[in-house]
Write a protein that binds this ligand. Structure first.
Ligand SMILES: [Zn+2]
Length: 70
């Protein structure tokens, strides 16, 4: 069952975000969240939930560093 992603607005520009999905060379899904405004991206995650949770956590607590940094 695939639930609709509940993505919070971008913590940097406030625009909507979207999920990007792709397969790697081993046909495993990789998911990341990308802002449609400033095009900031998260790193890649194996599941939609992991990517969504990561994005929403960052949206609640905007970091000084970029989303892709650990
Ligand atoms: Zn943004």
């Amino acid at each position: 069952m695939i639930e609709a992603a509940e993505l919070k607005p971008c913590p940097f520009c406030g625009e909507e975000a979207r999920l990007l999905k792709d397969c790697d060379n081993f046909l495993k899904w990789r998911v990341q969240v990308q802002c449609m405004g400033c095009v900031v991206e998260t790193r890649l995650f194996p599941t939609q939930k992991a990517a969504t949770d990561f994005w929403n956590t960052r949206a609640e607590r905007p970091a000084k560093k970029g989303l892709s940094e650990e």
